[in-house]
Design a protein around this ligand. Sequence first.
Ligand SMILES: *Cc1c(COP(=O)(O)O)cnc(C)c1O
Ligand SMILES: [Zn+2]
Length: 445
Amino acid sequence: MTQYHSWLACIRGCGRRYSIYDVIYRCAACGALLDVEHDLDALKDHSAAAWMARFEERARSTTWPYQSGVWAKKEWVCPQIDDANIVSLGEGNTALLPNPRLGEALGAPDLWIKQCGVSHTGSFKDLGMTVLVSVVNQMRADGQPIQAVACASTGDTSAAMAAYCAAADIPAIVFLPRGKVSTAQLAQPIAHGAHVLALDTDFDGCMRIVQQVTADQTIYLANSMNSLRIEGQKTVGIEITQQLGWEPPDWIIIPSGNLGNVSALGRGFLMMRELGLIDRLPRIASAQAARANPLYRSFQDAFAERHTVAAESTLATAIQIGDPVSYERAVKVLRAFDGVVEQATEDELANAAALADRCGMYTCPQTGVALAALKKLTARGDVRPTDRVVVISTAHGLKFTGFKVGYHEQTLAGVQSRHANPPLELPAEQSAVRRAIDERLALSS
Ligand SMILES: *Cc1c(COP(=O)(O)O)cnc(C)c1O
Ligand SMILES: [Zn+2]
């Protein structure tokens, strides 16, 4: 695989390039973020048909590292790493589930849900973290003095970072705002032995400190400005297309916060088009919580101006971000994919998630935002009833038990629980139980 090669390049196209093994997160010349770029001419040594055949064969493989959905696409993701240094926990290869009943209710009967949350740590963050931690593992094997990996995160990023670092025996450091994080959010990093540092500040304060601490080149930054994560996450679009017989859907709806994932989604599709696997692109809808909607606001004036907001608290905690780090990357993608941005209120996201649960899903609040956005797009006619639509489900609902219980107990602020299903309390008497069952079944028929 040595004939293939990737490097870091400035996203503003100022021409500077760096090695993927350089400890660098921004262009030294102009300060912009970096993207991983690939030697596409080298990859053209295989025809599109040959790449598709190889990827299909690996989807059934048990051979390390191709059993991973990310590393099955190794040549397109991170070709130069030694297989022995890859840190994989079986990420990717998640199901793409048709859900016509839910689709019918949302006005898009040809609806599919990409189950990215059914993954080792319960979110799509695994797709990117496997690449980042593998690169660090390679650097350490090559004698580079990396002592630890660090991030500021209250949720899925720290869970994934802690798990992958634990698997590779690399120290992990998590920065959290003290007193502002639930036990559920702490459980994964603590269990994996990460050094969890609770600071007397808010999330932005933690972000500032982690950037200062990682200015020391021996502590490697794992927040999503790091483009290695985007490389892993870009496989989701390739995997979806492969699962649909190499025919891209008409629309992909994705919940968005820091905008790394929407950027990654776009990169996967552009690479497939460049290498001839597809000849058209899907449209992309980025879905934001109305209480943390900077991209939505920027979209309202056609991205003429970059908006930031003070994010208000939302049930969709993973996308409660007011100043997204990958804004420039995302705008490029949305322009190339005839993209739109939609938003959802607390009431809309919670009811959309609950409706999906009624159709057999178990939906996180972020995915609820995407489903609620879809409903608005079909109502407006942007998404037509015949369109094939894929919604990216970003985390497992089991990570959000408080949200589920609150919804069904009807205690969520700003939410009218239209699908609440509290348990029925009854005496232990056969006749009363029988009557209650008959009433319930009569109601639901
Ligand atoms: C991180 C995350 C998002 C947002 O992804 P960005 O790349 O920050 O836009 C959405 N949903 C879940 C569950 C997440 O963990
Ligand atoms: Zn630059």
